[in-house]
Design a protein around this ligand. Structure first.
Ligand code: ATP
Length: 932
């Protein structure tokens, strides 16, 4: 990979273009780059410049396929083997002069095609909307203001801000860096992160070694930096070699594959049945060959549930929308199904179970602890000790700690019409608010000399700045980590060597804070000489402990109930946090998560894989973990046959997110890298949304099962009627066009409506589905066979009863009666599948208006088929008398009443909870956990 130029479209003036086209941006100095791109290293571009440039250079996107166009979707409807056979049949009918049949077949095929098209197009639109929601964003500085924009809006010259975890949104020439390291494996295949600097490199440097450039599609693994966009979209190095995969993966889901297999099996059955019926009918000489030919084809249509794939896709796609409403963006369609089968959810604590709104509550200082009053980000509040107000001006040690917290910090406090809020990490925001309470302001922005960023692995952060006589390092991090690096302690106005007793006091202090559920952070400093080597290990030692801060991060209000619901649904919740074991256990207690034991990262390291696999079966939580531990935990859980959902936000969480069955990234807090490998992105970072998404996943799976069973039982009915009729030697029970009508016109609509059925009340009160479970279990088969046989035999009985009344001209009337009867029974049959387990009155008759509308529409269509002359002519029907309608109603009733009765008895026996008891369960749960 040694492209030498990276300049083409991005130079604002022709004159500039001439100058740089032979020289890569990487080898120009920062000033030259800024000059040529007419931009500013601090303020970025102006809005006017951005407008002009976006007109000139277009959007920063790659030409990825945006899904099929509508003509493609429409055309797809007619390239189906069965439809093609029907078209041939229409052609043959036409050739032998059967005009009506030919036109009717064509009309039905067209109508079926249009219905299929609307379903699939709606599904495509839903997926396209989602693609828009998944657009990556980035931080830019424009008109001197830092803002978050969609990466597609970047123009050459834009000043972008890169922090650990950012996905690089375009090709960028760096202007400023602080320990920036980039994972360029997406581009170069090199898996070790490359360090980056703003200094120009020699012009011949190969792409992989141009340290002053960062490339679109790569990701920052450490440090931070600013840079100017030089190339966008297709002109970037990434754009030249590949398409960015920010789109939704449309892989077929396991369920779709299972259904595909089922479809194939049914296809083979269809061919066998049709052939045998066609041949048998022909040899028996009962019917003219053309009639038998059309019957055989129609029978094939009757066996194969052709509406199924479209209905499944539409249900999944509409489900995706529903998930968005529930704050979960699906990046892979198959994730919904995985969610429905999840048995364990591993979740981090901060921001997912808790609100991630930190407030400093206590500060431990060697000379005496203070409490801090005030709420949230509002800087109104003061310091107290033993209930007495403390004047911070008298506490130099307090001011020193607060000041260090301000320096080792990237957060800012913003006040606008909506009130006070923080920008940046809440942990750091809380320190800023704490400092405001002592009227300390953040230091003027001076570039630090060095910075060692915070990461969940390091659990600490250091900023080195110029001081009056040399350099000063400000360090903050997890107390255990900082304490072992301290040799001195601030005690009032003096600094003295730290003794064992001091360390003991400090440890006691943060344990007490943690036991109250507070998040703890130690703050330290270290003066350095100007010639000190600025190596991470060299700097972060021999520190002076300034004190320990305890912050409150209250649990999210909805979490206790979500934990309860997850428990009832047979899903275990496992907390895996970077925070201390004591804090994590206290929070677990507050949210009603039952935990017998906390295992720390250190203890986990000492466990063998087998021991770990045993431990994950117990009620444990994992504390002080690093992202690498998550991978081991997922593997251990999976070895126990669990289906694991795992949350993550950092760059290093990526392997665990990939390994988990469902990788769940945080939309707000998560890095682009974590989002890039996840299956689901939570838009509100809230644990409850995971539980909501699981419920939605279960609903979708249930509904797919419902309409698969519905379609198959109806189709079985048709086959039973036709087959048995041939066996007893009757005249044709249904004409071919009638079979097409019931299969292609009326069935699809009803199935789509079933897909919209709301979740059953008991959906979260049964254990997770086994992933190996077949789409159709024995109960499903039995239901299909029983209902199918009834549907077929009832229609057959009506047909022969009509015929036996003697008058041979009544065949048309008998066919119309059988045809109408089977359509009506099939429609009533829908009601059986609105709930697989509980009787309909538990679900609520009116809870799915779509099914009712589909029923009303299809029944009206059938009445029209019998009474409207054009349709009578096309479908060869005759008007029916009132008595026949009456008999049909009598035949329809058992198909619904008997299964309903069985379900009711079953629910009494199995105690399937209904609406009232289900709600009661959850409200009891909430009260219990809140009060505990
Ligand atoms: P979770 O994994 O549940 O999100 P967490 O956010 O507490 O938990 P980490 O981010 O790994 O986990 O933080 C671990 C510890 O590192 C914290 O308990 C705190 O002591 C310390 N810490 C957190 N943020 C910072 C920061 N910005 N700078 C320095 N130390 C920090």
């Amino acid at each position: 990979m040694t492209h030498q130029t990276e300049t083409p479209r991005s130079i604002p003036s022709n004159e500039a273009q001439g100058k740089v086209s032979k020289q890569p941006w990487a080898s120009l100095t920062v000033d030259e780059v800024l000059k040529r791109l007419e931009t500013d290293a601090n303020d970025g571009l102006t809005s006017d410049q951005v407008r002009q440039r976006s007109r000139r250079y277009g959007a920063n996107t790659l030409q990825t396929s945006d899904g099929p166009t509508w003509p493609q979707v429409l055309a797809r409807q007619f390239f189906d083997a069965l439809i093609l056979i029907l078209l041939i049949a229409a052609g043959i009918s036409l050739a032998i002069g059967e005009w009506t049949d030919a036109v009717t077949i064509l009309a039905i095929v067209l109508l079926n095609g249009l219905l299929g098209f609307f379903q699939e197009w709606k599904a495509e639109r839903a997926l396209a909307d989602l693609r828009n929601l998944l657009q990556p964003t980035c931080q830019v500085v424009r008109d001197g203001e830092e803002q978050t924009i969609e990466a597609s809006g970047l123009v050459p010259g834009d000043l972008v801000r890169i922090v650990t975890g950012s996905r690089i949104p375009a090709d960028v020439r760096l202007t400023r860096t602080l320990n920036l390291a980039i994972d360029e494996s997406a581009l170069t295949g090199e898996s070790v992160s490359s360090p980056k600097r703003a200094d120009a490199v020699p012009p011949e440097t190969p792409l992989a070694e141009r340290a002053s450039m960062v490339w679109m599609g790569t990701a920052a693994t450490a440090g931070r930096g600013d840079g100017v966009v030089v190339n966008i979209g297709a002109e970037t190095e990434f754009g030249r070699i590949a398409a960015l995969t920010e789109s939704i993966d449309r892989d077929t889901t396991p369920l779709q594959r299972k259904l595909g297999r089922l479809g194939k099996q049914l296809g083979i059955i269809a061919i066998l049945v049709s052939l045998s019926v066609g041949v048998a009918g022909y040899w028996a000489g009962q019917q003219p060959p053309m009639e038998m030919f059309l019957t055989a084809i129609s029978l094939a249509v009757a066996v194969v549930p052709e509406g199924l794939p479209a209905v499944v896709t539409l249900t999944l796609a509409l489900g995706v929308r529903e998930m968005v409403r529930r704050k979960a963006l699906l990046r892979r369609l198959r994730a919904a199904e995985g969610l429905g089968a999840a048995t364990v959810v591993c979740t981090d604590k901060t921001g997912t179970l808790t609100q991630n709104e930190m407030t400093v509550r206590q500060i431990w200082l060697s000379a005496g602890a203070v409490d801090v009053t005030g709420v949230g980000y509002d800087p109104a509040g003061h310091f107290e000790s033993g209930g007495q107000r403390v004047d911070y001006r008298d506490r130099g040690d307090l001011l020193l700690l607060l000041e260090a917290g301000l320096h080792c910090n990237h957060a800012a406090l913003v006040h606008d019409a909506a009130g006070w809020h923080g920008r940046g990490e809440p942990t750091e925001g809380a320190l800023v608010v704490g400092a405001y309470k002592a009227w300390l302001e953040p230091p003027a922005s001076v570039a630090p000399v060095a910075e060692f960023s915070f990461s969940s692995d390091r659990k600490r952060m250091t900023v080195v700045e110029h001081a009056r006589d040399g350099l000063l390092a400000y360090v903050k991090g997890a107390p255990e980590i900082i304490l072992e690096r301290c040799v001195q302690i601030r005690d009032g106005d003096q600094t003295r060597p730290m003794e064992e007793a001091d360390e003991r006091r400090a440890r006691q202090a943060f344990s007490q804070m943690a036991a109250q559920g507070l998040r703890t952070l130690a703050i330290a400093q270290r003066p350095l000489s100007r010639d000190q080597s600025l190596d991470e290990d060299q700097v972060e030692q021999q520190l002076e402990l300034l004190g320990i801060v305890g912050m409150m991060d209250p649990p999210r209000v909805s979490v206790p109930q979500a934990i309860q619901v997850a428990g009832q649904a047979g899903i275990r919740v496992l907390m895996i946090t970077g925070d201390s074991a004591v804090t994590a256990t206290a929070i677990a207690r507050q949210i009603g998560l039952r935990v017998d034991r906390a295992i720390t990262g250190q203890e986990l390291n000492a466990l063998s894989d087998d021991e770990l696999a045993r431990s994950v079966r117990e009620r444990v939580l994992f504390a002080r973990t690093t992202p690498e531990h998550k991978l081991r935990i997922v593997t251990a859980l999976q070895s126990q046959g669990e289906i694991v959902g795992m949350t993550g936000d950092g760059v290093n969480d990526a392997p665990a997110l990939k390994k988990a069955d469902i990788g769940i990234a945080m939309g707000k807090r998560g890095t682009d890298v974590a989002k890039g490998v996840s299956d689901i992105v939570l838009t509100d970072d809230n644990f409850s949304s995971i539980v909501g998404a699981i419920e939605e996943g279960r609903r979708q799976y249930d509904n797919i099962q419902k309409f698969v069973r519905y379609l198959l039982s109806s189709n079985t009915g048709e086959v039973v009627a036709i087959f048995c009729n041939i066996l007893i030697g009757g005249p044709l029970i249904f004409l071919p066009v009638q079979i097409l009508w019931m299969n292609l016109v009326t069935d699809g609509m009803t199935a789509v409506a079933l897909g919209l059925e709301p979740a059953e009340k008991s959906v979260m009160q049964r254990p997770p589905r086994r992933p190996s479970e077949p789409v159709l279990d024995a109960r499903g088969f039995a239901m299909i066979l029983a209902l199918g046989s009834y549907i077929g035999l009832a229609s057959l009985w009506l047909f022969h009863d009509y015929l036996s009344s003697g008058d041979p001209v009544k065949v048309a009337a008998a066919q119309t009666a059988a045809f109408t009867c089977i359509v009506l029974i099939e429609k009533a049959n829908v009601l059986n599948f609105r709930s697989l387990r509980s009787p309909l009155h538990h679900v609520g008759f009116f809870s799915n208006p779509w099914v009712l509308a589909a029923l009303a529409l299809t029944i009206s269509l059938q009445v029209a088929a019998v009474y409207v002359p054009v349709l009578q002519n096309a479908l060869r029907t005759v008007p029916l008398d009132a008595e026949t309608w009456g008999r049909m109603v009598v035949l329809v009733l058992p198909v619904f009443v008997i299964p309903e009765l069985c379900k009711w008895l079953w629910s009494l026996f199995r105690h399937v909870p209904d609406a009232s008891t289900a709600d009661q369960h959850s409200s009891i749960a909430v009260t219990e956990s809140v009060s505990s």
